[in-house]
Structure formats: C-alpha cells, structure tokens
Design a protein around this ligand. Structure first.
Ligand code: CAA
Length: 283
C-alpha cells in the first residue's frame, strides 16, 4: 500500500519530532492532541527546528515552507480518519493507548495501518484490542527525532508482511535506518540501554562514583555522546523507571530490578530536564 498521509497522535516531545520529519519527507501530516496549547507549542518548535536546519544549510527554504504547509493540527481524533498510516505517540500508558485506538477505529478505512511509538509496551497486546492486528506494528523513533537515525520496527505476533514492508518504505523515505525487533519487553534499544542507565544509577547509589565522574567515564571512556545520567535526565527518569519495570515484570529476572535511587527520584518528582531537576539541576 502507498502511504501518502500520516496521522500522528500526541504533539509532545516525540510527536512533534515525528511530524517534523514526516512533513519534511513530503507526507501530508495531521497532528492531534487533547491540548490546544500542546499543538501550538509543537508547531512553534517544529518551525524553530526547521529554521535552524535552514540556517545550517541542511534544509532549503522551499522545503521548510513546504513541510510547514503539509502539517495540519486538530483536537478531534477522528479527523485522522482519512490517513493511510497512524503513528500513536501519546502518553506512555497502556490504558490511554487502548482508549485512543478504540475511539479512532470507527473512523478509519479498513486498509489503514496502525502503529505505536511505544518504547516498551507489548505491540501484540495493543494490536489484539483493535480490529486489525495484522495491520498493526511498533514504529519506534529515538529522541531527538530529527537527529537520530534509527527507527525500530517491531512486529507483533500477527503483523503481516505487507504492513511491515509499507512501514519499512516510510522509514526509507524519511532517510532513516530501520532495525527490526520482535515483540519482547522493551524490544532492542531499551532492552540494552535502560539496564546500562539503571546500572549507572546503582554506581551512584553505592558511592562508586559521583554524577560527573560516572558521566565523564562513559563520555570519554566509551565515546558516548552523553553520559548515562545526563541521558536519563534527557529521556525522563519516569520513562526510564517505567521501562525498567516492564523489563522486570516481563522477563522476571532480578537483573532488571530498578535501582531504589531511581525510584526515589521519580517519587520526589525529580524527573530530569522536563521538571528542571534530575541527576542535574537545570533551574
Ligand atoms: N531537535 C532538532 N535538532 C536537534 C535537537 C532537537 N531536539 N537537539 C539537537 N539538535 C541538532 C542540533 O541543531 C545540531 O545540528 P547541526 O549538526 O546541524 O549543528 C545537532 O543536533 C547536534 O546538536 P548540538 O550541537 O546542540 O549538541 P550535541 O552535539 O551535544 O548533540 C545530541 C546533541 C544529538 C542530543 C547528542 O548529545 C546525542 O546524540 N545524545 C544522545 C541521544 C540519545 O541517545 N538518544 C536516544 C535516547 S533513547 C530513546 O529515545 C528511546 C526511548 O524510547 C527512550
């Protein structure tokens, strides 16, 4: 199936980046959110990120203008009914995602492909509550979306080959690289990345190193662009904890036990950059 239009649910950190890259690649984009404020902020952010790309000669003025023209916003979920592909990038809560798909389904054409940008929730379980598990898969972007090259494509147990190929073609048109993962807890990237971040929190908790010595060690000693604690603040400590819990519950192995210090920070509301305080103080 040829994809021409993409509906994106959720205009937050991931949703606005996904809208940016899809519009820039020539897709008609309909971006929806429950908050008008979130939609306005998302469009302003896309505009400023595109302007920065123009100023660095990465994008032409005409492509920038074209991308912005191709993005339509709406607070009515069913306005996504005519889209060929849906990418759900709403809050990382399973009940919220089920409710979105339930409300959306009656307005969709039978051939529309449904995907979720979830970082760890079971694709098979999300798909099983829709009318089209064979046309459902995981479409997982990395943050910041305009910069990161990878998209993880996750097949649910019922995903058919045509759906997989259609999504793979979209990734190619976005000029990103796909990596295919089977549907097991946290897929590939977060199955490997989150235990590393959790271990860095244990290293801090046990007093082996300070925040700066841990981050400096991985930046200069392993050539990571960000240290693990800086990266945890960037991703959001609540997201890191939620993914560790998915790994711990889903794989029933104590090696995935979330560090008590990570839990304590989340309980304090110190969630990283988004709350101005995490392992670092951004105030
Ligand atoms: N949106 C758009 N562009 C952005 C951006 C954003 N939010 N943040 C940075 N950029 C662009 C900058 O404009 C700059 O562009 P140019 O090359 O054209 O100059 C480029 O990215 C590099 O940015 P900076 O020079 O400001 O800073 P940097 O060199 O320190 O890079 C970074 C910033 C790209 C974020 C880098 O630190 C990095 O790669 N960090 C690791 C990010 C990472 O691991 N992400 C994955 C997280 S895991 C995940 O997302 C999965 C999940 O489910 C949790």
């Amino acid at each position: 199936m040829d994809i021409g239009s993409i509906g994106i649910v959720g205009a937050g950190q991931m949703g606005n980046g996904i809208a940016h890259v899809c519009a820039l690649a020539g897709y008609d984009v309909v971006l929806t959110d429950v908050s008008d404020d979130a939609l306005q902020k998302a469009v302003a952010l896309i505009e400023s990120n595109l302007d920065r790309q123009v100023s660095r000669d990465k994008v032409s003025q005409a492509d920038r203008d074209g991308a912005l023209d191709r993005i339509r916003t709406t607070m009515t979920l069913t306005d996504l009914g005519a889209c060929d592909l849906i990418i759900e990038a709403a809050t990382e809560r399973e009940d919220v995602k089920h409710a979105i798909f339930k409300e959306l389904l009656p307005s969709l054409r039978p051939e529309t492909i449904l995907t979720s940008n979830t970082s760890s929730i079971s694709i098979t379980r999300l798909a099983s509550r829709t009318d089209r598990p064979e046309k459902f898969m995981g479409f997982h972007f990395m943050n910041p979306v305009p910069v990161m090259q990878l998209v993880e494509l996750i097949r649910g147990i019922a995903t058919d080959e045509a759906t997989y190929r259609a999504c793979q073609t979209v990734v190619e048109r976005l000029e990103k690289q796909a990596a295919t993962a089977e549907d097991f807890p946290a897929f590939i990237v977060n199955r490997i990345l989150m235990p590393m971040i959790n271990e860095a929190v244990y290293v801090l908790y046990e007093g082996v190193g300070t925040v700066t010595s841990i981050d400096t060690s991985l930046k200069l000693g392993a050539n990571h662009p960000m240290g693990p604690l800086e990266l945890a603040d960037f991703i959001g400590l609540d997201t890191c904890l939620a993914i560790m819990n998915v790994l711990h519950d889903g794989l029933a192995d104590t090696k995935y036990r979330p560090c008590p210090l990570l839990t304590k920070y989340v309980e304090a509301g110190w969630l990283g950059r988004k709350t101005q305080r995490g392992f670092y103080d951004y105030r």
